[in-house]
Design a protein around this ligand. Sequence first.
Ligand SMILES: [Zn+2]
Length: 334
Amino acid sequence: MAGHEAIVDRLTRSHRNSFTSVRLDRLVERRDDPQWVRTTLQLPGTRILPMWRGRGLINPDRPGEEVIYLEHGSLAQESARLTLLGRDSEHHYFALPVDDPLREQLLEAQPGAAFHELRRAAIGVHEKHAGILAYAKAMLYWQYRNAFCGFCGSANRVESAGHRLKCLNPDCGRESFPRIDPSIIVLVTHGDACLLGRNARWPERRFSALAGYVEPGESLEDAVTREVYEESGVRLSSLSYVSSQPWPFPSSAMCGFNAEAASRNCTPTDEIEELRWFTAAGLASAIENDEIRVPPPVSIAFQLISDWFERQGGKPLEPLVRASGSWIARKGIK
Ligand SMILES: [Zn+2]
């Protein structure tokens, strides 16, 4: 499928990954304009995304509109806590951190809805709204984790419509900005087979591509080489970047690679308890027999595996996995 590779460029590949909120104009130039923010909050089309402990309010019985947004009216007193996310052609979007009392109010007002964990809920949510949820989750997590200044320990204040924190100690006054953790994920292949591993902490039968955090002083490529060796003992002969994905669990930027191994010699480690090489036919039969389960389609891991599978056999992987039922059983949205 060389032709398929040639026409899908890296930008397209990254936009295909779940949680990329590419459809929003982030309105960077408006963040420090409080008057504009106040005016925009009064507009009828403005949508406020409530988020409780990183979970969005979702009603799975509203296909295409599963994610629930609030209007400003009853929440006027919450304006100072709102984070500007951006706008699309119809709406402006803000995120609101929800405490326990407000959570109870919202649940009472929205029968059938509940606050769902994003990684599971995203399988059933329209991809545009999954991207907005992921963006909001990462922003609110950053604010929560940085309530206090990392230099002097004084309280931080949220500024710039949620996008800047400023230390309230006048002798310090340090400003800080949202941070993400670069991570790598890599599908290692050798000839006609790919290497998948099983982390001891994962759901039963789950196998996936190898992954890990980039350490200080490393390039992304260094991290790929090190992680693959640490997790499997495999040495690489080549690697290439594929695409990236925001991964707000809690705050990663996933950088996806393909790599070719020098040989198939591999050794399980404390972290990866089992490693297996699969040909495309072997992977298809292991999935059909529910012997192994691949990650859900919202993950870049699935994209790397399914792209490889399609290049090998000319057939998409997703229908095969759906037919096996393994995602539906763990979907968890209902
Ligand atoms: Zn400080």
